[in-house]
Design a protein around this ligand. Structure first.
Ligand SMILES: [Zn+2]
Length: 97
């Protein structure tokens, strides 16, 4: 399972940090454009990836709002899924009566 964290330089070049599980199920960030690697022990992999791309390559990632919006969407989807399951159970229980 590998995620990609991308950032775009002023001149349009896209820089990319890959994020996934390395040996021993350790979470690793690895830059595609230099030798930078970082083992993630806690917290924001995306933030660290974007930090590297900004500092080492001068590329800016999508603003943090995007990540927050995506996270919020995920929460909403999970809630909707739970609600749908509950609705089906209620409907099933009602139809048995
Ligand atoms: Zn790099």
């Amino acid at each position: 399972m590998t995620h990609r964290i991308t950032a775009i330089h002023e001149d349009g070049t896209v820089f990319e940090v890959s994020y996934g599980y390395g040996p021993g199920q350790r979470r690793m960030l690895g830059c595609q454009h230099c030798d930078w690697q970082e083992r993630i022990t806690y917290g924001g992999a995306r933030h660290k990836g974007l930090d590297h791309l900004a500092q080492a390559h001068g590329a800016l990632g999508s603003p943090r709002m995007t990540a927050d919006a995506a996270a919020r969407r995920q929460v909403v989807l999970i809630m909707l899924a739970c609600f749908a399951v509950a609705a089906v159970i209620v409907w099933w229980a009602a139809s048995q009566g």
